[in-house]
Design a protein around this ligand. Sequence first.
Ligand code: PEP
Length: 249
Amino acid sequence: MSRPLIYAANWKMNHGPGAARSFMARFLAVTEPAPERALWFFPPAVSLTPVAEAASARPDIRVGAQNVHWEPKGAFTGEVSIPMVQEAGARVVLTGHSERRHLFGETDEQVARKAVAVLKAGLQPLACLGETLAEREGGRTEHAILRQLDPLLDKVPPADWARLVLAYEPVWAIGTGRNATPDDAAQVHELIRFTVGRRGVPGRVPILYGGSVNAGNVLALLARPELDGVLVGGASLDADGWAELVGLG
Ligand code: PEP
């Protein structure tokens, strides 16, 4: 694949500091930087520093937080702020992952607020969008995507648009073993790209696909030029398995 690709690993609530250190030692031993391939890691907040330190000599690796609060500090027990994750080594932040939206009740409005705060702090948001199974089966995929995308485009200042990265993650495909077909994924990526372009966002906003990506389906997905990379949960948890997957493209 000759275009630049982003392979993003979302470890969710796996790999504390010790396990993260061991993972990175193994992963770095079996991989080398490759042109046109960026590797993004989203460990739990407590493992940001070990991952960032381990990857400090690897310019192809970027470390990111799975979640942040939009306020820089204050009485928000249990939350972490953008300056905190930045100090711990994060340069990217996941916003609006479906587990945050559906398990923790984050609204489209809150997700947009987080993305704006991340951009304002000079970091990059990887903003996730995706329809539920009921929305897909009810023919409301487009509606669901636009409902999540519009508040984001409304709130993010045009000057920051160039730093946006999006991920299409159908909720029914996350952690289920049932990935979207390359055609389905490409169709929604086209919709997102069309919408972003119609709103006046210049250039090509990278759009990753996420949802049960593994070593067996990644090549067929990335064969579609509409996809600029993948966001991977389960298949990113084993260092050798993740090294194999990122080496396939
Ligand atoms: C994710 O967590 O964003 C994800 C896509 O998970 P999985 O690859 O396990 O479906």
